[in-house]
Design a protein around this ligand. Structure first.
Ligand code: E4P
Length: 226
């Protein structure tokens, strides 16, 4: 399982990278627009924080295959490192994906809502497909079920494309896509924090501290064996 951060907020990225086993950062035009700052500086800063080896997914903003390809190539040069261009699944997006694959540029096909969109994206050469879990759940579909069938299809046809499940609003959704074999998830920083939160853990930590202090006072291990 790869955990990816779904934000372009610099301070949040710094914090998450320091604490969690983060494999990279995903953005989309909405996420970038929220920062309302110079785009080039923003993506360069993200790359500097995460380093060249972590994935950075940036979405193309053009609609025609020709322009998407151009944007992807320029972005790759500009931002460097382990770069993926995100392309919404559409006829022009698929055409661009086939061209980019021949040039060795990695593609994450995004805004995936159906199993067939995922399968066709994989056959066009996408490295990742990004199904939108919460947006599916919101229309009384079943995001986890869609992910489970995409994972199964990729296994059935021996495809190397990975599932990067996206659009989460709670821990249960993340847990359930992990159970059905999603290769990766991209989650916003607030959900990241909740992934490891449990009140009983904090009670346990408090008890350990109190029990230790009842015998050793404020001395710590290094004071006793140093
Ligand atoms: C990630 O790559 C997607 O663009 C994102 O997770 C969508 O999330 P949302 O449904 O919360 O906007």
């Amino acid at each position: 399982m790869l955990y990816v951060i779904d934000t372009a907020h610099i301070e949040e990225i710094k914090k998450c990278v320091e604490i969690y086993p983060v494999a990279g950062v995903t953005t989309n035009p909405t996420i970038i627009s929220k920062e309302n700052t110079d785009f080039g500086t923003l993506i360069k800063t993200i790359r500097d924080i995460i380093g060249p080896d972590k994935m950075l997914h940036i979405q193309a903003t053009s609609m025609s295959a020709e322009k998407i390809v151009k944007e992807a190539m320029e972005l790759q040069q500009f931002v460097g490192g382990d770069f993926y261009v995100k392309i919404p699944v559409s006829p022009e997006g698929l055409k661009a994906t086939k061209i980019l694959k021949r040039s060795g540029i990695k593609v994450t096909m995004t805004a995936i809502f159906t199993q067939q969109q995922a399968l066709i994206s994989a056959l066009a050469g996408a490295d990742f497909v990004a199904p939108y879990i919460n947006r599916l759940d919101n229309i009384v579909s079943d995001g986890v079920h869609v992910v489970s069938e995409i994972v199964e299809q990729f296994k059935n046809y021996d495809l190397k494309t990975k599932v990067l499940a996206a659009s989460f609003k709670n821990v249960e959704q993340v847990h359930k896509v992990a159970c059905v074999g999603s290769h990766a998830v991209t989650v916003a920083p607030d959900i990241f924090e909740k992934l490891i939160y449990h009140p009983l853990t904090y009670y346990a930590i408090d008890d350990f501290e109190k029990d230790w202090e009842s015998v050793y006072g404020d001395k710590k291990i290094l004071d006793l064996i140093g």
